[in-house]
Design a protein around this ligand. Structure first.
Ligand code: NAD
Length: 475
């Protein structure tokens, strides 16, 4: 048993990341102490605060962890769940550090969590808790546009981010950059178009890129391209729903969707928007008319498919079910869905695992765009949209004159269009995900690294070392 394993032989979540880090460290020649510094969590803030819920006073447990200060501000989501604990928040903060480095987002990693079940608490009380949590962060200087910038995660969304912003603004009035204290806000409150679906879209871009690489596809016995690939998605929340929608639109076949109450299956494919509507109307995905129910939701992960996308929680693929997983590709949309023991089993089976520290980085990438927008106080596209349209119109006139042919109104509309905010955000995200994929893949090949996860860690650690060196901290 290794020193990282507990008495039952399992790893703590933070140890799982350390284990991945250590595997990558074999490919990096730098003093051990410096690697230890990169691994360590820089600040852990554990708090308890009282909130009056109904007639009772409840003591709420919450966290904010800043894993790395090598770049500021720190950045990472806030999670609302009864499973929140210090080990989990520290791990998720560390993942943020490595993730940001991979996609060239100049932030240190952070994460927050409040130990509540938002499904059993009224929105008035969630608001009270969120606002109190924010004021605790302000008191300890754990939030601010240049300090630490939260975002949504499991159990939180635009609504919570607006409450955080509003609380920050009321206590820091006059801060002209206050909007940049949190990302994932609604567009009407300084959010950026395209943030809501960014993580799911990033997952789609990353998997699509892999599916275009002939060598990788042939290595697992699959054809090139996404069209017709059979996909299973676990979790139909923010990340899972958007990823499922983009895969469905691109011609992939979503054969199963798994939620907490059970899963649904249709070999011929599920219509994702119809399933989502069914979920909204019935409060459950079960009994969807065009599918078969699977009562034990975990069993859905073990169905035959080409691509499995866990997009709900961590540790869902473990040593007890890894051998039964039949997917050829696993795309880690969730953070830490595969335990180290399962990782080894799947590696031996030849499964391609696209790691979380790359694949779900779409959210933080677009959060970075939102932060930049807030600091620049101008919407993307505002300065160049009309200019682009005018230049395109001039081009078109010349083309029509030279070719002596009139272009149709439909074609004109397409060619004349200047970039809107959503176009710029999506193209920035697409470029980031494509580049990130190839950087990891190239490094994997050149250093003969055994899998994508280790290669992603090597890429990330090298970039962090680089920025420490630039700061003059490392010799
Ligand atoms: P979410 O709360 O919107 O959705 C999670 C979904 O998973 C919910 O629909 C929930 O009902 C479902 N779920 C819970 N337990 C389940 C179970 N046992 N089986 C099947 N489904 C279950 O959360 P999210 O924002 O979509 O985050 C999902 C994962 O993606 C988390 O690991 C999160 O850390 C990670 N992530 C999220 C973002 C983001 O931008 N939201 C960014 C990076 C990573």
């Amino acid at each position: 048993m290794s020193k990282n394993q507990n008495k039952t032989g399992s790893y703590s979540f933070f140890n799982c990341i350390e284990k991945n880090f250590d595997k990558a460290a074999r490919f990096i020649s730098i003093e051990k102490g410096l690697l230890e510094q990169i691994k360590a969590c820089n600040s852990v803030y554990r708090m308890h605060f009282p909130v009056k819920i109904g007639k009772e006073i409840k003591v709420i447990e919450a966290y904010r962890v800043q894993h790395s200060h090598h770049k500021l501000p720190c950045k990472g989501g806030i999670r609302y769940s009864m499973k929140v604990n210090q080990d989990e928040v520290m791990t998720l903060a560390a993942l943020m550090t490595y993730k940001c480095a991979i996609v060239d987002v100049p932030f240190g990693g952070a994460k927050g969590g409040i130990k509540i079940d938002p499904q059993t608490i009224s929105s008035e009380n969630i608001e009270k808790i969120t606002r109190r949590y924010t004021s605790e962060l302000i008191k300890k200087n754990f939030i601010g546009p240049g300090i630490d910038v939260p975002a949504p995660d499991y159990g939180t969304g635009e609504r919570e981010m607006s409450w955080i912003f509003d609380t920050f603004l009321s206590l820091r009035s006059g801060d002209v950059d206050a909007l940049a204290c949190v990302t994932g806000k609604p567009v009407s409150q300084g959010g950026v178009r395209g943030r809501k679906e960014a993580t799911g879209l990033g997952v789609f871009y990353g998997i699509r890129e892999l599916c275009h690489v002939k060598e990788d596809m042939y290595s697992v016995g699959l054809d090139v391209g996404l069209v017709g690939k059979k996909i299973i998605i676990q979790g139909l929340g923010n990340v899972g729903y958007h990823a499922a929608s983009f895969f469905h639109e691109s011609g992939a076949i979503i054969i199963a969707l798994a939620e907490r109450e059970g899963a649904i299956y249709n070999e011929k494919g599920l219509n994702v928007s119809k399933v989502f509507l069914h979920l909204k109307n019935n409060g459950s995905i079960l009994n969807f008319p065009e599918a078969t129910n699977i009562e034990n939701t975990e069993k859905a992960l073990e169905l035959k498919c080409d691509i499995l996308i866990p997009a709900a929680l961590e540790n869902v693929i473990h040593k007890n079910n890894a051998n039964r997983i039949k997917a050829k590709i696993i795309g880690e949309a969730a953070n830490g869905p595969i335990t180290p023991e399962a990782d080894e089993i799947l590696d031996k089976k030849g499964v391609i695992i696209v790691p979380d520290i790359y694949l779900n980085a779409g959210g933080v990438t677009v959060s970075y765009f939102e932060w930049l927008k807030n600091l620049s106080h101008v919407r993307y596209g505002r300065m160049e949209k009309k200019f682009r349209e005018n230049v395109n119109a001039e081009f078109l006139k010349v083309i029509e004159t030279v070719c002596k042919k009139k272009i149709s109104i439909e074609e004109k509309k397409m060619i004349l269009r200047g970039p809107r905010e959503i176009d710029l955000v999506r193209s920035g995200l697409e470029d980031t995900m494509i580049n990130g994929f190839h950087k990891i893949r190239d490094l994997k090949k050149s250093l003969k690294i055994e899998n994508m996860r280790t290669a992603a860690f090597v890429l990330s650690i090298n970039k962090i070392i680089d920025s420490y060196e630039k700061l003059g901290i490392f010799p």
